[in-house]
Ligand binder design. Structure first.
Ligand SMILES: Nc1ncnc2c1ncn2[C@@H]1O[C@H](COP(=O)(O)OP(=O)(O)O)[C@@H](O)[C@H]1O
Ligand SMILES: [Mg+2]
Length: 319
């Protein structure tokens, strides 16, 4: 599946909170993009499951057994053990759709880099090994393996989507550094206010320290798991649009830049059908999925397809 340049665009779906719909959004955006065409062929998409709970992997693979070599844990384990060169699984070079039967092979151009049960120990081991948080060089070394994975994937995929864990471990922090764009799913309610602020402050501090001229931004806040007939949600959404974002932007010049042109997507409202699709390992773009969720998803995919590249001042810093 050789693709023409420019190299693939990396998007991290991230929030430090769990249960806000990160995985559902990441997987369905990936399937939604894979279902679209640039006019000559469908986009090729790689979903990278970075959460040790492996929810995206379970959702996309269904009953298919895990592959002990096609997973992020296997890559990181080699790196931690000092193996040179680290051998990457074939599927991140875009060649193994037959062995990568996500959603029963519905989209041969949609691939998955699985998470694996041992990922938790790797997260912990790497944390101990690279505990120095304030040393920029140490931090960058930390991410070099993810950089290696990404640079390989960029050659073969139009879009690379990271499904992040519900905390800011080094893998999530690495995904922020790798990504060109960030999408933050939030549930529009009181507690999420703190969650959004927490995420924005954490991420902006890291970007200011490690990749200040990369041009990477939070491109969208996606409202998730809400109900249009519930006042609590509508009020929160109004507040988010009219006040919260402005307040956040006024916190610092870095945050202002990070949230420049940030879109607030209506996202995915809460539907029993979506829950059923997840349980039966089907994507929202499946033929029999509900029209409402389908059109909600389509709007988000349309937005992504229209995004221009970040204007990096220094291309080397993009990663
Ligand atoms: N639009 C939706 N309608 C109904 N249930 C949803 C919807 N989006 C997500 N869910 C369910 O909410 C739960 C949390 O979603 P998930 O994507 O796993 O969140 P996270 O990755 O942030 O932990 C899951 O059980 C998922 O099936
Ligand atoms: Mg998840």
């Amino acid at each position: 599946m050789q693709k023409s340049s420019p190299p693939g665009r990396a998007i991290a779906v991230i929030n430090l909170k769990g249960g806000v719909g990160k995985t559902t959004l990441a997987v369905n955006l990936a399937a939604g993009l894979a279902n679209r065409s640039d006019g000559t062929r469908n986009y090729s998409v790689l979903l990278v499951d970075l959460d040790s709970q492996a929810s995206a992997t379970s959702y996309m693979l269904g009953e298919t057994p895990l592959d002990p070599e096609n997973n992020i844990q296997h890559i990181l384990a080699q790196w931690m053990a000092g193996k040179q060169p680290v051998v990457l699984p074939e599927n991140i070079t875009g060649r193994t759709s037959a062995r990568n039967p996500v959603f029963n092979g519905t989209w041969p151009n949609l691939h998955l880099l699985q998470a694996f049960p041992g990922l938790r120990e790797i997260e912990y081991g790497a944390y101990i090994k690279f505990a120095s948080k304030s040393d920029v060089l140490e931090r960058k070394k930390h991410y070099s393996i993810l950089q290696f994975v990404l640079e390989n994937a960029r050659q073969d995929y139009d879009y690379i989507i990271f499904d992040c864990p519900p905390n800011y471990n080094w893998i999530a922090a690495g995904a922020v550094q790798m990504a060109d764009d960030l999408i933050v799913p939030v549930i529009p309610d009181f507690l999420s206010t703190n969650g959004l602020r927490d995420l924005v402050l954490t991420v902006s501090e890291d970007i200011a320290m490690l990749s200040p001229r990369s041009g990477k931004r939070i491109r969208a806040i996606a409202l998730m798991l809400w109900e249009s007939n519930n006042n609590v949600y509508s009020q929160y959404i109004r507040d988010l649009r009219e006040e919260q974002l402005t307040r956040l932007r006024n916190t610092s010049p870095h945050i202002k830049e990070l949230l420049r042109d940030c879109e607030i997507w209506d996202g995915l409202t809460r539907r029993v059908l979506v829950q059923k699709l997840v349980q039966t390992y089907r994507a929202i773009v499946s033929e029999d999925a509900g029209q409402v969720s389908r059109s909600e998803l389509d709007k988000m995919v349309d937005s992504i397809l229209e995004w221009k590249r970040p204007e990096a001042e220094n291309v080397e810093e993009r990663g």
